[in-house]
Design a protein. Structure first.
Length: 172
């Protein structure tokens, strides 16, 4: 991979892009456009999918020649990733006003007002996204803190070793 391609690759996978994507689509004017336009909604869905893939890519480490992240940085990466979503979710859940006017003109589902629907959506986003990041982070942390397995040499049986006599050509 050339220097330019590697630089472009790093820029595309930068966590700031995911944050800009997530927050950007939740700006009311942009959100309204995405909800009113089929093309805009498809673009929104595709950008969420691509940002999600780019977010998880550094943790997958499936490319053989790629420099691997230290384990502790993966847990920190996942913990810090919850913060933008937590802030957005808390805002939606506790702001006491309907942020997206689009929902004021829709038919309410399950007899909930647009504000109640937004509060529920904010709470669900907060809980499930946090679990999606913190469960792998906890798994990585447990793996880091667990004692490393050392090969068991105490049970090594010498009778399992086959000793063959050397041929004359091999003798010194």
């Amino acid at each position: 991979m050339g220097v330019f391609a590697a630089s472009r690759h790093r820029r595309l996978l930068h966590p700031g892009n995911r944050i800009r994507n997530q927050i950007g689509w939740h700006i009311p004017v942009v959100f309204q456009w995405g909800m009113r336009s089929h093309w805009g909604h498809s673009l929104q869905d595709a950008s969420f999918l691509l940002a999600g893939l780019a977010f998880w890519w550094p943790l997958m480490q499936s490319t053989p020649g790629e420099k691997k992240l230290p384990e502790w940085s993966m847990a920190l990466y996942l913990f810090l990733a919850t913060l933008p979503c937590d802030i957005l979710s808390a805002f939606l859940a506790f702001c006491n006003r309907t942020v997206y006017p689009y929902y004021l003109s829709t038919v309410p589902l399950f007899n909930r007002s647009p504000l109640q629907d937004q509060e529920l959506a904010g709470a669900l986003m907060w809980v499930w996204v946090t679990f999606a990041y913190l469960i792998p982070a906890a798994g990585i942390t447990i793996q880091i803190l667990s004692p490393k397995r050392v090969p068991d040499t105490a049970n090594f049986a010498w009778n399992d070793v086959t000793v063959r006599p050397m041929k004359d050509e091999q003798a010194i």
